[in-house]
Ligand binder design. Structure first.
Ligand SMILES: [Zn+2]
Length: 316
C-alpha cells in the first residue's frame, strides 16, 4: 500500500507555514534496502523524513539537496539525497546498531547518532557550485538538528518534529513528521502559543498509528478552520543509479587501478550504497572504461603540467 505523501499549508492569518508528511513506505523501503536494526532504522528514518520536509520547504523546481549527518556515534555517517519533488534516498554507514532504550523508553537516537559532529546540507541550485552549509549537531535526535539548521543557516525560525515507530523485528510500522515555519507576521505571543500546543499534541508516530493523515495532524495542531492547504504530493524512495553512471564514476579513478582489476580479476562488481543494486562489468567493458580513464588522466596531467609551468613562470 503506497500512501506516502506530504501536504503544504499556510495558516489563514499568514503567521505560519506548515508541512506534514507520512513517509512510512519510504522509510520501510530504506530499512529493507539498508537492512537496518532498531537504532539505525530510527536514525535513518528520521533523517529521511527531515530531509523530505526540508527540501519541500526550501527547494524549488529542479533543485536537489544532500544532507549528511555525522555525530561520531555508533551508527557513523548518514547521507540522504532529496529533491523538491518528493524523491529521496538514504544511506547509513553502520546499519546494524541496537541500543538500550533511553529514559523515556524510546530508541536512543541521540546516542546512536552522537552529538560531536555536524549536519551538512549541500544544495544544488542548477549552477556550477553547490551551496554548502555546516552546523554543529544540536542533540543528535534529528528533529532538533533540522530545527537548529533552519534557524542558523536559513534564518528561518521553525519547529521540526520527526518520528519513526520501529517494530520488534526492525521493520517500520510508521514514519512521519511536521515542519512549521514562523513567518514575519507572527508575534512572540503567537510563537509561544504554538510551542505550548506542540507540547500538548501526541507524537507524529502515535498519530499515524491511529490512522491520522498528514492533514489531520496539521488540523490537530492549528485547528481545521485556520489552515489553507496548498499542495498534497506523493513522496517516494528513488535511486537514479545506473550501470552507465557507475562506469563513469569508475573511469574517474587512477587508470593503474583499473588495469590492476582487469589483470587480476578480469571483471568487477559495483554495489550502489543507496539502493543495493549490483552492476557487473566484464573484461571488455572494463577495457573501454580504462580507455576513457587513460584519456582523462592524460588530459589532467597535461593541464597540471601547464599549471605547474605557469606557477613556475610566476615565481621567476
Ligand atoms: Zn542505487
Amino acid at each position: 500500500m503506497q500512501k506516502d505523501h506530504l501536504v503544504k499549508s499556510i495558516t489563514k492569518d499568514g503567521k505560519f507555514r506548515a508541512y506534514a508528511i507520512d513517509a512510512t513506505g519510504v522509510v520501510a523501503e530504506a530499512q529493507q534496502r539498508q537492512d537496518t536494526w532498531s537504532a539505525s532504522s530510527a536514525a535513518l528514518g528520521r533523517t529521511l523524513v527531515g530531509s523530505l520536509l526540508l527540501s519541500a520547504s526550501v527547494l524549488k523546481g529542479k533543485e536537489t539537496m544532500t544532507v549528511k549527518i555525522n555525530g561520531g556515534g555508533p551508527i557513523g555517517a548518514m547521507i540522504v539525497d532529496a529533491d523538491a519533488n518528493g524523491n529521496v534516498k538514504g544511506y547509513i554507514q553502520k546499519p546494524h546498531v541496537h541500543l538500550p532504550l533511553n529514559d523515556h523508553h524510546k530508541i536512543d537516537v541521540g546516542k546512536a547518532v552522537g552529538v560531536n559532529g555536524f549536519m551538512q546540507v549541500m544544495k544544488s541550485m542548477g549552477g556550477d557550485e553547490p551551496y554548502t552549509s555546516n552546523v554543529p549537531l544540536a542533540s543528535g535526535e534529528i528533529g532538533d538538528d533540522f530545527t537548529y539548521y533552519l534557524a542558523q543557516s536559513e534564518q528561518i525560525p521553525s519547529a521540526v518534529g520527526v518520528s519513526v515507530f520501529v517494530n520488534e523485528d526492525n521493520t517500520i510500522k510508521v514514519a512521519g513528521g511536521y515542519l512549521i515555519q514562523t513567518l514575519p507576521d507572527a508575534t512572540d505571543e503567537d510563537i509561544s502559543k504554538l510551542e505550548k500546543r506542540l507540547k500538548e499534541v501526541p507524537m507524529v508516530s502515535e498519530l499515524l498509528l491511529s490512522e491520522q493523515t498528514p492533514k489531520d495532524i496539521l488540523n490537530l495542531i492549528f485547528g481545521e478552520d485556520n489552515l489553507d492547504y496548498l499542495t498534497d504530493t506523493p513522496v517516494k524512495f528513488t535511486c537514479t543509479c545506473s550501470k552507465k553512471g557507475f562506469a563513469k564514476a569508475l573511469s574517474k579513478i587512477d587508470p593503474k587501478e583499473i588495469k590492476k582489476i582487469i589483470d587480476e580479476d578480469h571483471k568487477a562488481e559495483l554495489v550502489c550504497h543507496f539502493c543495493g543494486a549490483r552492476y557487473n562489468y566484464n573484461e571488455d567493458e572494463l577495457k573501454s572504461i580504462l580507455t576513457v580513464s587513460e584519456k582523462r588522466d592524460e588530459l589532467e596531467q597535461a593541464q597540471n603540467h601547464g599549471k605547474d609551468k605557469h606557477d613556475q613562470d610566476n615565481k621567476e
